[in-house]
Design a protein around this ligand. Sequence first.
Ligand code: NAP
Length: 292
Amino acid sequence: MSAEIISGKQIAAEIRAELAKEVAEMKMKGVTPGLCVILVGDDPASKSYVTAKERACEEIGIYSDDNRLPADTSQEELIALIEKMNSDPAIDGILVQLPLPSHINEQEVLMHVSQKDVDGFHPINIGKMVLGQEAVLPCTPNGVVEMLVRKKVKIEGAHVVVVGRSNIVGKPVANMLIQKNGRGNATVTVCHTRTKDLKEQTLQADILIAAAGKPEMIRADMVKAGAVVIDVGVNRVEDATKKSGYRLVGDVAFDEVSQKASMITPVPGGVGPMTITMLLKSTVNLAKKRLG
Ligand SMILES: NC(=O)c1ccc[n+]([C@@H]2O[C@H](COP(=O)([O-])OP(=O)(O)OC[C@H]3O[C@@H](n4cnc5c(N)ncnc54)[C@H](OP(=O)(O)O)[C@@H]3O)[C@@H](O)[C@H]2O)c1
């Protein structure tokens, strides 16, 4: 069997077109969604993520307020900027690009991003998500669920196995999929480094979500025939044939697993484009509050 490729790029483009239409309508009513992006320091990967987010905002008509601060910015200065943005009526969402430099306490800083928490990382949003209440959902797991829904994968009753239990991917995606709603009702198993027999677990999966950050660790013999495989991992591996000296691979050995799965996401072009798209969607949703 050769799996159907789930193109995150294509699904993301569809959603962005829908959002651009919504933003145009909101603008006619006098509301331009606004996103504040804050980057501290000059980590090259963070810089490129932030640039991609700002470009995506521009493309669909969201106003983005770009704040690039030097690496020696103090925690107090950063919090003062967040508070300024909290009271700026043109800003609906605040995004602090992580990781922050080591002299800054990330958790303390993120506590100041509450009403405008577009990333869904604030304990209030996480609590609401767990309780099944309306919440801003974290972008990557929300993108994973959106892909499954748009590809009409049957989530209800499915056995989902998630490899990884991080706060930004594994835990929230597992939580969303057990919710008693139209995007949930799955039976979810969460695996991590202390799981006794990982293969025994992954072989049970109707839907396998890999989010471990380990290049190509999910091999074909760990996947049930016909499973839907979502690869969240993004890993750099050395490749002398590339100008950059590396290439990106997921957590799934794509070539062999795609012969066994019924559907699979590629890396790049799978979950990645969905993450930024869900950020845009959350910004638009937050801005809708201004319309009443
Ligand atoms: N495409 C996107 O937009 C996007 C967004 C976010 C992250 N990512 C990628 O997704 C991957 C995961 O990110 P993350 O932030 O969730 O990573 P993380 O914080 O490092 O968490 C990795 C999780 O995987 C588990 N794990 C690691 N090796 C394992 C193994 N051999 N067997 C079983 N479990 C294992 C860890 O278990 P323990 O808890 O026991 O240590 C941990 O829970 C990374 O490649 C990252 O780059 C992509």
